[in-house]
Design a protein around this ligand. Structure first.
Ligand code: ACO
Length: 431
């Protein structure tokens, strides 16, 4: 952590406390309150952690007002156009762009760990056939700790590395198997002659009865979706992974916790919810009705794919995603797709509406991703699993960073207690 030269002064009941201020390499200064309770006997209150930095990190930086996203300093639009997912994965994990030799070794390492233990196939069969693939993923990823005992010791550097590679390599296999199981088709084994994205498409869409050729343009679009979801600083699921890991839990259990958190519609589940909303709107003439509902405080409806805790400007990932949607739909000859038309018109109308402008609500990464995934042939239930498989590298990078941090403590927030104070138990016959 950088040396602090500035301090903040806090006065409580006439007594003054001096708090150190740390200056980051980018972003706002941070007031260090770690000793506040010991010195002043008070907690701070910040539900939803809107003003709280939970850790220091060198992985990802977001400037929400500018709409900037950097991984290890590299802007996301450059990574999305010039790099590819496994190179971004290496960069997130190790902190720098790999040399050609390092990249080749990393890609071959990941590629050689794509199969899952054969016995895990039985685990899939225990789920109801119509289980949501996210439900299956939470269970199966958690169960990896039962199969890969040799990489669960978090104090062993080598085991941490093995677990990281296993998770990044096997997550597409697990997501594809969860999908195949949910539609009653046989599992398709990974193919190590294919790149990461093509292999995933193959495992999802190939069937034993006929030859399946991966379209390289769709594979590129898939890879870009993975890249755009790879990491996003201390969001809800990443913080869940860090909190789970702070107790010393094994990596597979921590990532399963991250998947569970990601599933929620306010987070990773928004891509599914967004496409369902666009389909429900159906035609451009119904947009005003939905805009009115989104603005109505008595209606719980929100425009899915709009708004973000950190971005108060365009989500830079949404811009790339929109271009990708245009490319993929043109390639497939469905550029007049009614859902895309509704999305574009909804975006236009919302951005001109003072309600959204005042609250700085802009399209987020999920606004266009569902349209691309739908055009590729994925059902909505697969949208969040795809997000989870891409985010695994971010979770792992953050998990590794946390374990290497000498300041690591078990995460244990405090509370503002508003319940009853101590009172005597009353026997049931006397109540
Ligand atoms: N539609 C309508 N109004 C909205 C929306 C929306 N999508 N998002 C926020 N608002 C309004 C809120 O009602 C609130 O209004 P108020 O100040 O009058 O009470 C104000 O904007 C601020 O919203 P909060 O919920 O306080 O903002 P927060 O930072 O807590 O929430 C969130 C961010 C959860 C992403 C929210 O914008 C949302 O629910 N969006 C829709 C779901 C979505 O797209 N999630 C994906 C996020 S990206 C990701 O996880 C990859």
């Amino acid at each position: 952590m950088a040396e602090n030269t500035k301090t903040a002064k806090l006065t409580i009941d006439g007594k003054e406390y001096e708090l150190p201020i740390h200056s980051p390499s980018a972003g706002p200064d941070v007031i260090d309150i770690r000793k506040l309770y010991a010195q002043a006997g008070v907690f701070t209150y910040d539900p939803g952690f809107t003003s709280t930095a939970s850790c220091d990190s060198t992985i990802t930086f977001i400037d929400g007002d500018k709409g900037e996203l950097l991984h290890r300093g590299y802007p996301i639009d450059q990574l999305a156009s010039k790099s590819h997912f496994l190179e971004v994965a290496f960069t997130l994990l190790y902190g720098y762009l790999p040399s050609a030799d390092e990249l080749e070794k990393f890609e071959s390492l990941v590629t050689n760990h794509t199969m899952i233990h054969e016995q895990m196939h039985y685990f899939f069969r225990g789920f109801r056939r119509d289980a949501h693939p996210m439900a299956t993923m939470v269970g199966v990823v958690g169960a990896m700790s039962a199969f890969y005992h040799d990489s669960t010791d978090i104090n062993d550097q080598h085991q941490r590395e093995v677990a990281s590679i296993r998770l990044i390599a096997k997550m597409p296999t697990i997501a594809a198997m969860a999908y195949k199981y949910s539609i009653g088709q046989p599992f398709v084994y990974p193919r190590n002659d294919l790149d990461y994205a093509s292999n995933f498409l193959h495992m999802c869409f190939a069937v034993p009865a006929e030859e399946y050729q991966v379209n390289p343009i769709l594979a590129r679009a898939m890879d870009r979706i993975f890249t755009l979801h790879a990491d996003h600083e201390q969001n809800a699921s990443t913080s869940t992974v860090r909190l789970a890991s702070s107790s010393g839990a094994n990596p597979f259990a921590c990532i399963a916790a991250g998947i569970a958190c990601l599933w929620g519609p306010a987070h990773g589940g928004a891509n599914q919810a967004c496409l369902e909303m666009l389909r429900e709107i159906g035609t451009v003439d119904r947009i005003p009705e939905y805009i009115a509902r989104a603005k109505d405080k008595s209606d719980p409806f929100r425009l899915m794919g709009f708004g973000h805790r950190v971005y108060k400007n365009f989500d830079p990932r949404a811009k790339v995603m929109k271009e990708s949607a245009d490319e993929v739909l043109a390639l497939l000859g469905i550029e007049n797709n009614p859902t895309l038309q509704v999305a574009k018109e909804l975006e236009r109308i919302a951005l001109e509406d003072p309600y959204f402008a005042e609250k700085k609500l802009y399209p987020n990464v999920d606004f266009y991703s569902g349209i691309i995934l739908d055009a590729m042939g994925f059902p909505t239930s697969m949208f969040t699993p795809i997000f989870a498989l891409a985010r695994t590298v971010g979770w792992i990078s953050q998990w590794k960073e946390q374990l290497a941090d000498p300041q690591l403590k078990i995460g244990r927030p405090r509370q503002l207690y508003l319940g009853d104070t101590a009172r005597d138990y009353v026997n049931i016959e006397d109540r």
